[in-house]
Design a protein around this ligand. Sequence first.
Ligand SMILES: [Fe+2]
Length: 381
Amino acid sequence: MRTISVYYPKKFVFGNGCSEEFVHDFIGFGYNKLLLVTAVPLLKLIEPIASEINKAGKEVFIYDSVNAEPTIEDLDKALEFARSKNINSVVGIGGGSVLDLAKLIAAMLHNSQTIHEVFGIGNLRKREIYLACLPTTSGTGSEVSPNAILLDKSDNLKKGVVSQYLVPDGAYVNPLLTKSVPPPITAATGIDALIHCIEEYTNKFAHPVIDVYALEGIRLISSYLKRAYDNGDDEEAREKVALGSLYGGLGLGPVNTAAVHALSYPLGGEFHIPHGLSNAVLLPYVMKFNMGASVDRYAGVALALSAAEGKDNFHTAQNGVDKIFELCEQLNIEVKLSALNIPKDAISRMAEGAMKVERLLKNNPRTLTFDDAVQIYNDAY
Ligand SMILES: [Fe+2]
């Protein structure tokens, strides 16, 4: 068995109401200037958290100018704000974009490296200040992962920083925070979490330590996402999807994603399609492309999706692909690139962009060439 190294937060907490545990922990640490990174629609949600910390005599500076797909310029602006307030601790409370930005602020605040120097795997040298993450979507899994993604507008590519120093000190997953997420975002973020699990389980570097999380994550998300989508107040469904999302997040550091994510980044970079949606549209086509190279694994995915068993693993795996189409239909996600208003003549440019995401393509169970990328985009069109 291959050796696997895993960096997880010093503390991760899962459960309804656990935001209070964050407040309690934070007050006990003795940091006096907290940067709270969030987004404008969440200001009401974070108000009780900020005011409890305030009451304990700590200063809380709220930074809420986080765009849906943060850019290098967004990070620079946030760092300028953080420096002006002389903060000594950071918490991100929000969806994936907020958490990624919070992680990078904490890591880059006292760092002489430039963002271009830290893009890639293992290039970031340190993080000096305390960092906690509370996700409000289920989700990106960013609260437990060593990854953060930024858009580089100079070439319209989404680039990743992967480092043990981006793993937060504390991750507090409170499923109740996801109750107000509107149905389309519940669907897109939930499918993203499902894809994390699928790409980890079928990964070229899949590992038994992560397989258990990934398979259970597939089972939980595919069983409960429709319920969470139909009724945001369904606390049982919210809890199960949040747990599945956490499981997906736990595999991002040690195993990570593969071709679905690599092919989806150009859709986000150039056309600003939200991450979960651009992934969802590509998932069944990448599954079809990969299936033959790893038929037993894809049959395992299919069974975790509650697809019917076929006469052999190949047919079971095919039933799994059908199950994904079915789930997307239930979530009103149209599984077509053309539905996202992407012009057909962008395909070869997108394929070029995707081929640059080597850090994820190397994980794919089947080698993927430029022509394969073009073919997959065409299939998905
Ligand atoms: Fe993702």
